[in-house]
Ligand binder design. Structure first.
Ligand SMILES: *Cc1c(COP(=O)(O)O)cnc(C)c1O
Length: 410
């Protein structure tokens, strides 16, 4: 596909009214759920032009989330690597410690405008569950989070957080008892309860209007970062880098820079290597297909079903990415590349030791690519979306990699 897109008008034209980014996106749902999605789309189209909604969301971001989050110049890390300067957009300082709350608060406010009483969500590692439980507590709503039994056993601290926040964690006991089954169970619950509830998807995935809506709610990250970066340095960054799981933190960042002379890099998890099952780099190794209600690029097994995926960062191990990423890949506007578990762990320790910032393992993938670009010395300034903080990952890292003796030589 050739890039003949005018990026000055891109955000107005993409997605189309039916939710398509080129061939990707759309809404592939059972007929019973179509009226529910139409209701959400219509409500969103109305409220995103409402002065009351916009000012309320701004107030929440400022007073509850602590926005704007800063942009920070990593002077010591940059000096160790070469001549390029690395900057971080500090989403780890957003309330709850990651970017996910940006769209969860938007979805919660939308639910309130629609008169809903309950938020329904699925969660894998529990990060989205915690963010949505936080939003539900803030808005005084009920909250049902569907979670595979296997994940419940592995993620005790996040399960506890959700319960403290007042959410009901509903165990999903069929199939492999992980994220895919949790999505199915959450859709099923939503089908029965959509008069009183809204389904809150955790990334720029799922049927229309979610890829658009979640992007719009996350764009605050890119808009803030662009303005902060220019006022700090007087220039545009040469490169903007973000980790891609479902793709929400990266879309939020990229969409503010699409019309600028800036290279955009989406970093997918290469896990243990490029064999199917060892990674979750869907845009790098996948094919077109439909899952969870949308058309995108996905990793499939021999039967054409979503393939098993793996990454050291549990927030990145999803077998597809949002339709807009698939589109931006095809037209060549965003470069998609990978970082392995090993590279992410190295970045985790390097950033912690050189700057006093412990990054989430998801975000460490973006830091790893920024370090690689800085070593190549082709860029003056590299802006990284540090999507979350690493406290949640410390036990795992210490158990498997000690205190990073292997990585800290200088
Ligand atoms: C969930 C998560 C991600 C991946 O999700 P995206 O939708 O791709 O942004 C990245 N970083 C952190 C800290 C997360 O919690």
């Amino acid at each position: 596909m050739k890039n003949t897109i005018d990026f000055r008008t891109y955000l107005k034209n993409y997605p189309s009214a039916e939710g398509y980014f080129g061939p990707y996106g759309g809404s592939y749902l059972p007929v019973e759920l179509q009226p529910a999605m139409a209701e959400i789309t219509e409500a969103y189209q109305t409220i995103c032009h409402s002065a009351q909604f916009i000012s309320e969301l701004r107030r929440i971001r400022r007073e509850f989330q602590g926005r704007p989050t800063p942009v920070y110049h990593c002077e010591r890390l940059s000096r160790q690597l070469g001549t390029g300067q690395i900057y971080l957009k500090r989403e780890d300082l957003n309330h709850t410690g990651a970017h996910k709350l940006n769209h969860c608060m938007g979805e919660g406010l939308l639910a309130r405008f629609m008169g809903k009483k309950k938020l329904i969500a699925e969660t894998g590692a529990g990060q989205h569950g915690v963010a949505i439980a936080t939003a539900a507590a803030y808005f005084g709503m009920e909250c049902d989070v569907y979670m595979g039994e296997v994940d419940i056993a592995k993620q005790a601290p996040n399960v506890a957080r959700m319960k403290i926040l007042g959410a009901r964690v509903v165990p999903v006991t069929h199939g492999l008892k992980t994220l895919k089954e949790a999505v199915d169970a959450a859709f099923d619950a939503y089908r029965k309860e959509y008069k009183d509830a809204i389904y809150c998807i955790g990334s720029v995935v799922g049927p229309h209007p979610f890829p658009m809506m979640v992007r719009d709610f996350q764009m605050v990250v890119g808009l803030e970062a662009r303005e902060q970066f220019v006022s700090m340095t007087g220039i545009m960054p040469d490169a903007v880098v973000a980790a891609v799981g479902g793709g929400s933190n990266s879309m939020g960042m990229f969409s503010a820079f699409l019309n600028d002379p800036v290279e955009l890099y989406g970093v997918e998890p290469l896990g243990r290597g490029s064999a199917l099952g060892d990674h979750a780099a869907s845009l790098s190794y996948g094919d077109e297909g439909i899952m969870h209600g949308f058309n995108s690029i996905m990793l499939k097994d021999e039967a054409g079903e979503p393939a098993p995926v793996y990454s050291v960062a549990s927030g990145l191990d999803y077998p597809s990415s949002g339709p807009e990423h698939a589109f931006l890949r095809d037209i060549g506007r965003v470069n998609y590349t990978t970082a392995s578990d090993e590279e992410a762990i190295e970045a985790f320790f390097k950033l912690s030791r050189s700057e006093g910032i412990i990054p989430a393992l998801e975000s460490s993938h973006a830091v790893a690519l920024a370090m690689k670009l800085a070593r190549e010395k082709k860029h003056r300034a590299i802006l990284v979306n540090l999507s979350g903080r690493g406290d949640k990952d410390m036990d795992f890292v210490i158990e498997n990699h000690g205190f990073g003796e292997k990585y800290i030589k200088d």
